[in-house]
Ligand binder design. Structure first.
Ligand SMILES: [Zn+2]
Ligand SMILES: [Zn+2]
Length: 321
């Protein structure tokens, strides 16, 4: 095809859009329609933005925002307060990456890995502001934070699974969490950077701002997690995922059952005896029994729960008589 034919074809197809010397390739409306037709495929947009500086700038200004609105409308509406033209902390490309990319993980000061794991695209993730509340200290609960479910990464047969999670604050610059970090004069990390916008980060673990509920929410052991928040309000972290049927959980369940059973028994005694003084005496007897059981449990670790249940149940008929 000659150059004159090519020019004629371009002007025919574009219907005059090339009046500013712009080919269809750079026409915003055309690009929007193309991406809409492929349901805003993330990897296609990555490839498009990598073609040249003009497309990269267009993606940064428009396309990444449209992708967020199409693929994750609720969280995007909430983060932008319904104003789509608003600036996003850290930029729209960073938000798009956070929504659809599980970051790579490497050892950090407080979380040591036997080997690093690469990041990967995710087709969809569940972000929740209810989960986000579990990552906020009590005095910072007024902040709005979305956190994803942990993405499970298998490391080896002898190790727990690694959980990788991410999140984002709305209006981080005005948040109580940021005010708290500033007030405590928490230093920014030297080596760690935000995997989404490249900005510097605070370690919430080092700052002592990790609530106990965070581990519970992730299904991790208390203390077996670390996460960071960048100056633009992106959160990324790692945790060890506890096996679902661990011995600890079973033991806790038994302990809970024991406590419930004790409470029921005391109520029954109170109904039969009726006198406050007698109830106090019985409670003292029970406390003595529990102390004895705990002492035995130190000698015979592992059988304490069983022995405690047996001892309490064995004493029940005598008390009720
Ligand atoms: Zn992952
Ligand atoms: Zn960031």
């Amino acid at each position: 095809m000659s150059s004159s034919q090519r020019v004629r074809l371009t002007s025919t197809v574009s219907g005059g859009s090339g009046s500013h010397g712009e080919s269809d390739f750079f026409n915003e409306r055309v690009l929007l329609l193309v991406f809409e037709s492929i349901k805003w495929d993330v990897q296609s947009l990555c490839c498009t933005a990598a073609v040249c500086r003009r497309l990269r700038a267009m993606a940064k200004r428009l396309l990444w925002r449209e992708l967020c609105l199409f693929r994750a409308p609720r969280i995007t509406e909430s983060l932008s307060n319904g104003v789509h033209s608003s600036r996003m902390g850290g930029g729209w490309p960073a938000l798009a990456k956070l929504l659809f990319f599980c970051g790579a993980c490497e050892s950090t000061r407080n979380f040591v890995l036997s080997r690093s794991k690469p990041g990967h695209f995710v087709t969809e993730s569940r972000f929740s502001k209810t989960s986000g509340k579990s990552f906020l200290m009590k005095r910072c609960r007024g902040d709005l934070l979305f956190v994803s479910d942990p993405c499970e990464h298998r490391l080896g047969d002898r190790e727990d699974d690694l959980g990788v999670f991410r999140g984002v604050f709305r209006g981080f610059r005005e948040s109580r969490t940021r005010a708290c970090l500033i007030a405590r004069q928490v230093a920014l990390e030297e080596r760690e950077r935000c995997p989404y916008c490249g900005a510097r980060v605070w370690s919430m673990t080092a700052a002592g701002l990790v609530p106990k509920n965070a581990a519970k929410r992730l299904g991790s052991h208390d203390g077996a997690l670390e996460y960071f928040v960048c100056v633009n309000g992106h959160l990324h972290g790692t945790c060890w995922l506890a096996p679902l049927s661990s011995d600890d959980e079973d033991a806790n369940e038994h302990d809970d059952d024991d406590m419930k059973w004790m409470a029921v028994m005391i109520m029954e005694i109170a109904q039969v005896v009726g006198s406050p003084m007698s109830i106090m005496m019985i409670l003292q007897l029970l406390m003595g029994l529990v102390t004895m059981v705990l002492m035995v449990s130190h000698l015979e670790s592992g059988s304490s729960t069983f022995f405690m249940v047996w001892a309490c149940r064995a004493s029940r008929p005598f008390v009720l008589l």
